[in-house]
Design a protein around this ligand. Structure first.
Ligand SMILES: N[C@@H](CCC(=O)N[C@@H](CS)C(=O)NCC(=O)O)C(=O)O
Length: 213
């Protein structure tokens, strides 16, 4: 049985829940209270040196961290990762784009705004995250004017990864509706078999207003 170390408002963890849902795979969840310092416990740092979620433990005992690495491994030999080596590299291109451009902008802004931390940050810093987020939305809107999905016009883990934070952009007070091609792609993702609609706001955790340890 797979074990997912999870924190429910985390859209990095949602990516893994989404793929597991598409694959119809059973798993058990172990919730990590990241704002209470549970990610910094020595036993958890053994699983992931960064102390972050998600982490996936496999039945054979192997443990994998970093959401996009987990997606890549779970999707092997499924319809969600092309077999062709070049197309796999194109998938990696978008997984790295997500980790670099999306996590540092939309994901951070969503976290700060939903937990009230934005008011404790310098206005220039928040504005730079907002400008970076708008750039990401514009990049994706341009892409989806030309293609249905990110790689080879087939739904893949590249779409799942980018979808996780981008479709929650309004929670970061970003004007998602201004990007019609992007919104159309969000609609196409939602129509995929086994799609997982359930996401969580930070207010389910009374301690989410704390700074991460
Ligand atoms: N690059 C990592 C980012 C993971 C991450 O930042 N997770 C957040 C929740 S969304 C977390 O657990 N933060 C707690 C911490 O960093 O201590 C990934 O893609 O998995």
């Amino acid at each position: 049985m797979l074990t997912l170390y999870d924190y429910l408002p985390s859209q990095n963890a949602y990516k893994v829940r989404l793929l597991l849902s598409h694959l119809g795979r059973d798993y058990r969840s172990e919730l990590i209270a990241i704002f209470d310092g549970e990610g910094q416990r020595p036993d958890y740092l053994e699983l992931n040196p960064t102390g972050a979620v998600p982490v996936l433990r496999f039945a054979h005992g192997g443990v994998l961290a970093e959401s996009n690495a987990i997606l890549f491994h779970l999707a092997r030999k499924t319809r969600y990762l092309p077999e062709d080596a070049f197309l796999q590299a194109k998938v990696l291109q978008w997984l790295f784009f997500e980790a670099d451009y999306v996590q540092s902008t939309i994901a951070t802004l969503r976290h700060w705004i939903m937990t009230g931390k934005a008011t404790r940050r310098r206005a220039e810093l928040v504005e730079s995250k907002r400008m970076g987020s708008l750039k990401v939305l514009a990049i994706l809107d341009r892409e989806f004017a030309r293609r249905q999905f990110l790689v080879d016009d087939a739904y893949s883990i590249a779409d799942m990864s980018v979808f996780a934070y981008v479709h929650r952009a309004e929670e970061a007070k970003l004007p998602l509706a201004d990007y019609p091609q992007l919104c159309a792609w969000i609609g196409r993702v939602r129509q995929q078999e086994g799609f997982l609609d359930k996401t969580y706001a930070y207010d389910i955790d009374p301690h989410s207003g704390r700074e991460l340890p």
